[in-house]
Every structure is written in structure tokens, then in C-alpha cells.
Design a protein around this ligand. Sequence first.
Ligand SMILES: *Cc1c(COP(=O)(O)O)cnc(C)c1O
Length: 223
Amino acid sequence: MSIRDNVLSLLKEIPENVTVVAAAKTRTPQEILEAIDAGIKVIGENYVQEAEKAFSEVGKRAKWHFIGHLQKNKVKKAVQIFDLIETVDSVDLAIEIDKRCAMIDKVMPVLCEVNIAKEKTKSGVYPEEVEQLIKNISNLTHIKVMGLMTMGPRFGDPENARVYFRKTKQIFENIKKMNIPNVEMKYLSMGMSNSYRVALEEGANIVRIGTRIFGERNYKKDK
Ligand SMILES: *Cc1c(COP(=O)(O)O)cnc(C)c1O
């Protein structure tokens, strides 16, 4: 199957109100352009350096979401490239994004990353910390919180992830009800190639899809 065929068959399955983020780590600009030509509108990148290279060739033909772990020393570059940062998980990181965005007169939409299963190896805040993080960030004038993102545990059987997607959706709805000023709970990013169908059933409106679009990754280059 070509990237084009993968995108066309994927998009047929996805409701119109849902955004597909093509998770492009390790992929070449040519592969990314092939996905865009087939109808992909948003590219997800995990590494700022890789994104810079891709952005220099693909540019504004797509929107760019940052979906990796963002280090503070990469924020200056990141705010120039990305249209949305999905992985804010500390006030410190938010303050840095706010500061760098103020310098270029930009307001950055962000999602807060939730470590919904409290996995030691994963980034994101624990479920009980999400509300406080969002309240703290909401005062910043060059950041706008627009929802939540979660990786969720990876299981062979995506049905096992359902309970975690459901919990994330509950947190999302609870925070939405609070009507926190400068916070607009609009996006819920969850689900990957193996789990997006379950995630959609549990209320995701952003799914992040890599292998289902681009094929298996070269393991050595993957992190
Ligand atoms: C790689 C990646 C994905 C996509 O994973 P696939 O299993 O290839 O679909 C989604 N989200 C994040 C944060 C990723 O790093």
C-alpha cells in the first residue's frame, strides 16, 4: 500500500469533525508531502530538529503539531514552527512558551498532556494534577489551553486502552464545565494507529497516526 492509499482509506473512516495528525517521526519531507497530497492537513513532530528540516521543505502546506517531549532549550525554535503544542506538562514549560511567544507576538494554542495510567516512563501530569496545571497556565497571556492529550498505555489489544481514554474524556469534561477564563476545552487528542477506533468511540477529536499512514518505522531511527 502506498502512503496515498493509506491516507485515502484512513480518511474514509474518520468523521469530519476529527483531525488526523500524521505522526511523522523518522519520515522524509517527501513522505510527508505525499501524505499531504492525499489529504492530510496536520503533521505531528516529536523532535524540533527533525521538524525544522521537514518544515523548511513542506512549510505552510500543512499545520504543525508538536507531539513529543519538549525541552525548554528547544522552545524558542518550536514556537516559530508549530501551530499547536500538544504536550505541555509543567508550569515551567508553559512559562517558557509564553515568554518566547510574547517575543514574536504569537498566542500558542496548547494541550496539556495527561499521564493517565501513571506510567513511570511516560511524560504528562497525573490525572489529579491536571486541573491545577491548567489553572496555573490560564493566567499566561501568550498561551491558550485548548484541551488534553494522552498517549495511554500501549497494549496489543486496544480494548484494554478504552478505560484510560474514558478517564481522560471525563477529566476533559470536568474541566470544561469549570469555565476557567482563557481556557477553551475544545480538543481531545488520543489514539494512535492501533487504538484510534477505540479512542474515537471514547470521544477523541484529534487522533495521531504514524504507521497506519507511513508504514512500519525503521526501528533504529525510532525513539
Ligand atoms: C509515534 C507517535 C504516534 C503514532 O504512533 P503509531 O503507532 O505509529 O501510529 C502518536 N503519538 C505520539 C506522541 C507519537 O510519538
